[in-house]
Design a protein around this ligand. Structure first.
Ligand SMILES: [Zn+2]
Length: 552
């Protein structure tokens, strides 16, 4: 009798302790996760270089960038692997898991040999603006040659997942949205409104109309721009007023306080882009979308992308070492904190999956480097092109040999070459010899004959990845590190050097491991990694790998 009772009591204990564990698990957010994340949130910070995660970290809150870094997975050695490193190419690469050679986004614009005109990456005259009377909505993804991760999610869920993108820049919105998005919204400076195009819808939803009617941009600009913290705490940045910084439209000095005062000839609804309030406005509109579109509330995974563009505008004008840039990142950190807190409250902590990256990095301002005796400079663009044209005429006789120059590439006049029976190699030899006489040019590449290039293999691969034969030029020139085409004030990006390629990549939330890696990851790995999280197929042009160790 007692021999039979012991197993019975044991069984009783096992059952009661198991059910207690189950109850405990049911009340804990950490251990009971939905089968799929309720929402994927892709955050792109325009022009955010990798080091900005650390440079200002003492002044970041615990709930913004640092929450993603400390409670998520940090890919510390994440790079672009093509040039030119610009906004359109970067946003496309993140969401297609691909490269310009395949997805077609070889620049923000390029020259069309057939029409003889420049093409803007997302232009589309066949559609109309929705939400404004301006032409800022004549845009669509028709020039994007492949699918995005958001397209693949829609296809995988038989179009039940909702995908929405919000960005001040049209290209920052349209390219992540892909071809099947429910909505892509961008900002129209003419009317200060969030708009879209008939590619997506015929009328703005009521909540978006209401948001536009609330005139938030005007309210932000009326307050002016003072530093978030007292000025003497901006110890990471150079003194505020520098001759190599650009002035905001309508201002006399490039320094605080930026009064943003209304005056004739200045459109403050355009100037808002070059202040942190452009980002805050983006955050406000994203929160309105989360609420009113019920994102993450349906049985299928939804996907929200938010691209913060003001970091790029501010970076171009004032440079990475400016008080303005630091202040913009400190404020963005708080905006990101607000988004995460809102998602915690509406969807539950760890029920959503976040990734954060950037579309490219940025060079330090040449004027700042020169003040510290570092080698840098601005290419005399028209001088260099004139020298090349003159050399070509001397060698081959009269004619316009160069039709256009864009993205550090020359587009040759093919008809003239045929008429004069000249080969690309002959033209390249003259262009190369001429340009290499300049101290600022490091190499000149025949894009029709990459195997003969003297460029190091590591860099040659970047050129190859960025080259789409139907859209790219014929000859490419590479400048020395920290040299670029630009202006006397401010800075830019676009090269194959580390300051333009090394950008943050953070994963956080649903099934994300806490950790970090210093193994090299590429931008094209993001989309396949998200596809792996979601058990869906990666985009059709993807060349990346699933990053190991990110997923629990
Ligand atoms: Zn830029």
């Amino acid at each position: 009798m007692t021999k039979k009772l012991i197993p019975f009591f044991l069984l009783f204990f096992i059952i009661t302790s198991l059910s207690a564990q189950k109850k405990k698990a049911a009340t804990s957010h950490e251990t009971v996760l939905p089968d799929k994340p309720k929402l994927v949130v892709g955050i792109v910070v325009d022009q955010m270089r990798y080091d900005f995660l650390y440079r200002y970290s003492e002044k970041y809150t615990a709930g913004g960038f640092k929450r993603l870094m400390n409670q998520g997975f940090n890919c510390r050695n994440n790079h672009y692997d093509y040039a030119p490193t610009v906004t359109a190419a970067g946003h496309a690469a993140i969401f297609t898991g691909s490269i310009p050679a395949i997805n077609g986004m070889i620049g923000n614009e390029w020259f069309n040999q057939k029409t003889g005109k420049s093409v803007y990456c997302v232009e589309d005259t066949a559609v109309k603006t929705v939400g404004s009377d301006s032409k800022a909505g004549l845009m669509s993804p028709k020039n994007l040659l492949v699918s995005t991760i958001t397209d693949q999610l829609r296809i995988a869920n038989n179009f039940e997942s909702k995908t929405i993108v919000i960005a001040l820049k049209d290209r920052g919105s349209i390219l992540p949205a892909g071809h099947t998005a429910n909505a892509a919204y961008w900002f129209d400076s003419k009317n200060g409104a969030w708009i879209t195009s008939t590619f997506y819808m015929t009328e703005l939803p009521q909540w978006a109309k209401d948001f536009n009617a609330s005139k938030m941009p005007q309210k932000y600009m009326a307050k002016g721009w003072e530093t978030l913290l007292p000025m003497d705490q901006y110890t990471e940045s150079t003194a505020d007023n520098q001759i190599y910084e650009s002035k905001l439209s309508g201002e006399k000095t490039p320094s605080f306080p930026h009064e943003l005062a209304a005056q004739a000839g200045v459109n403050l609804l355009e100037v808002i882009r070059t202040t942190p309030f452009g980002n805050t406005l983006t955050k406000d509109f994203a929160l309105a979308a989360i609420k009113n579109e019920n994102l993450g509330k349906s049985p299928k995974t939804d996907f929200l992308t938010v691209s913060f563009s003001s970091t790029d505008y501010v970076g171009h004008s004032f440079g990475p070492n400016s008080v303005e840039a630091e202040d913009t990142y400190l404020r963005l950190d708080r905006d990101i904190e607000e988004i995460l807190t809102t998602l915690d409250n509406t969807l539950g902590k760890n029920n959503y999956l976040v990734f954060l990256s950037a579309d490219h990095g940025v060079a330090d301002v040449p004027g700042f480097w020169q003040s510290q005796k570092l080698p840098t400079g601005i290419l005399d663009r028209s001088g260099a092109i004139t020298e090349v044209k003159t050399a070509l005429k001397t060698a081959f006789g009269e004619g316009e040999f160069i039709r256009a120059e864009d993205n550090y590439q020359l587009y040759l006049n093919n008809i003239l070459l045929q008429a004069k029976k000249l080969t690309y190699a002959q033209i390249h030899a003259v262009v190369r010899e001429t340009m290499l006489k300049r101290d600022d040019v490091s190499d000149v590449i025949d894009l029709h004959n990459l195997t003969n290039s003297t460029l190091p293999d590591y860099q040659l691969n970047f050129v190859k990845n960025g080259l789409n034969p139907r859209r790219s030029g014929d000859i490419m020139f590479v400048l020395n590190p920290s040299w670029f085409i630009g202006y006397k004030t401010g800075t830019t990006h676009g090269t194959l050097y580390r300051y333009d390629t090394h950008v943050p990549l953070l994963f956080y939330g649903w099934k994300v491991k806490v950790g970090e890696t210093t193994l090299r990851t590429n931008i094209s790995d993001i989309a396949p990694t998200i596809a792996d999280f979601l058990d869906i197929l990666e985009p059709n042009g993807s060349i990346g790998n699933v990053i190991s160790g990110v997923k629990n």
